[in-house]
Ligand binder design. Sequence first.
Ligand SMILES: Cc1cc2nc3c(=O)[nH]c(=O)nc-3n(C[C@H](O)[C@H](O)[C@H](O)COP(=O)(O)OP(=O)(O)OC[C@H]3O[C@@H](n4cnc5c(N)ncnc54)[C@H](O)[C@@H]3O)c2cc1C
Length: 695
Amino acid sequence: MKGLLTAVGLAALALPGPAQALIGYGITMYDPSCAFGCYDSVSGYMLECSVMDHGPVGAHSHGAGGPTSPECRAGDTYFLTTLAYCMNTTCDASTPMWKMERFWSEQATGSKTVAAKWSYGEALAQVKEPPTDEYGEDDHHLTRTVLLDPETVKSNAETREYFEYAEMIHSRYGLVLLIVGFGTPVIISLFTKLPYMSTLSDKLKPYLVYPSLIGTYHVRPLPYLLGNAATIGQSLYVIMFAALNIAMAAAGYKSVQPNAWFGNQWQEVMGYFSARTGVLAFALTPLVILLSGRNNILLWATNWSHSTFMILHRWVARIYAAQVIVHSIAELVLYIDMGSYEAEFKTEYWAWGIVGTVFACAMLVFSSLFFRRWSYEVFLIGHIIMAVFVIVGSWYHVEFLFSRKWGYEFWLYAACAVWFFDRVIRVFRILKNGPRRAVVTEVAEDIVRVDVKGIRWTAAPGLHTYAYFPALSPWRPWENHPFSILPTALLRSKREASLSGAASGSDTPSNADIEKSGGVTSTSTPERDDQALGGAPGAGITLYVRKSKGLTKLLANHNSLLTLLDGPYPDNPTDGVLKSDRLLLIAGGVGITGVLPYIARHTNVKVCWSVRASAEGLVRDLEGPLSRAAEKDVRVGSRLDVAALLAEEERTGWNRVGVVVCGPGGLCDDTRALVTAKARSGPTVWELEVDAFSW
Ligand SMILES: Cc1cc2nc3c(=O)[nH]c(=O)nc-3n(C[C@H](O)[C@H](O)[C@H](O)COP(=O)(O)OP(=O)(O)OC[C@H]3O[C@@H](n4cnc5c(N)ncnc54)[C@H](O)[C@@H]3O)c2cc1C
């Protein structure tokens, strides 16, 4: 177990080598502890060169500081001989000489950078006669080689041993959190691919994957904008991970009393606990960032959707913040109890710890749905700035305290690596796609069509891209928004569509519209010049954008709008629904763009689409691709009856029906609830993908 954790932990952190990593995993603190026990027992004695006027000794100093400087110890004969004699008589034969010498060269004076005037062997050779007495109360300073009290030496050695053990457990449990948090989606995804697992997975999905934990809320926010309810499966991950965090924070403490650093057992365990929660928070940092990433290894290695990872990002971030808050409170309570609060409060590490904690708490508040709705862009920029403060605060917190001695910074390196990886790949993707000129056409009252020529992406469904329109937002050129991708080739001209419609004998959409929309129909369709859009069909992508209150509001007719594209990215897994006997595509409004690419990938498709009367122009624009669906039900100005649609599919007797829904929150949530109910009652097997245009 330990070996596995080490290997995976090191790989995950992408470390250059095991020489420097985490305590217990490449870093040892107090080895050999017998030598440290001797050092702690003699380092408090006054030497000839000691000075009485010295600064305060912090609780984290672990023996450093005090009246005697490293330089003083380095040249003091009796300090060195007493230490060497104690080491020689205390450490048993199993302690190799190189460890004794290493300790001596790095620790004998209390500073790595100040070398003693003798080596360990030389200092030992100075002891001609074994000492017979101890340092007494009458001694003003050390004037001879003395014996050190074996009980004190043992207690000091054990203090260090137990402290190091606690630190090793912190690292181990941090790795456990990281590996479980990361590995669970991967293992579950692999599990579903095992032979005979599909039947089990079919049975479990209606109980775990589809239903929401709270009523029919999932895409629609909970009352009072409390957030979005997770599905039962997502909730199980969150509950499991929260329970694991509690267990990892609560388990594995060993106490040794008397203890040289902690006055009683409560202080000792509280000291370990506060450090544990700090390390666990650090360990969660890379995971929190990873879960929100676009270029996210979890998206590539699993069949979980981006919106699922966004929900997990929020919950793991809340757990992270809880660890940070508990760490800060525990430290505060401990130092008040130890009487060192006043001294700690004035230190720089403490101030930076407060910076990290305050910004972690602020992120919790300012990433609530209320603020995301108020202004997504302000939320996003603020979120990134606050995250930088959290990381920088954490960095200086451990930098001032430990000067990169114990490897805590590696958790932060890993977090930064995850973040930079995502950002760098985004830039690569944008450069690869190159700057493009888009044709923007207003197709309905608040909907524009954006044709970007020359882009050749797979026509696979379930993809989106992030579009930048820097000319529309010159003050915020980095602003970008996700949109579903339609291959322009799918959107052939009306003439072509009519021809293929006539050839196949299927209804043209306009006939269907007239029947089902209460008479709303089209009289003219803007003819699009495929050559102008990139030559042959296929050489381009098309976005349909419903104007909202931000950047999208500025999209208007344009012949050559500078556009940058970061993508394509997968959104929802498509395998399950595409393997169904029948594919039911349910869309509301501009959500049609999320389902249309499925038409080209499945032979038995029914498209059910409802749009407001004001979006009739969109219906006209999509007549071509719609004509290719085996069946369609397009309603302009009236709603779909999803329950009736599902019942009809059930009656027809398909063994497996795939449902893809994309549109307003209410439509998505209703469809989720209805499909769940049907899937539980059988015998039809239902596959469901919900693409809600939000996360
Ligand atoms: C995977 C996905 C695919 C989408 N596909 C389409 C599509 O094909 N056509 C379409 O019209 N809309 C689509 N959307 C929705 C579209 O991204 C938002 O309507 C758009 O970002 C709003 O921009 P705005 O600045 O005008 O919005 P604002 O009025 O400022 O914000 C409205 C809401 O849009 C969401 N939003 C804004 N910016 C972002 C962002 N950068 N990332 C995620 N959400 C954001 C927020 O929930 C916000 O509350 C999609 C969304 C997602 C997540």
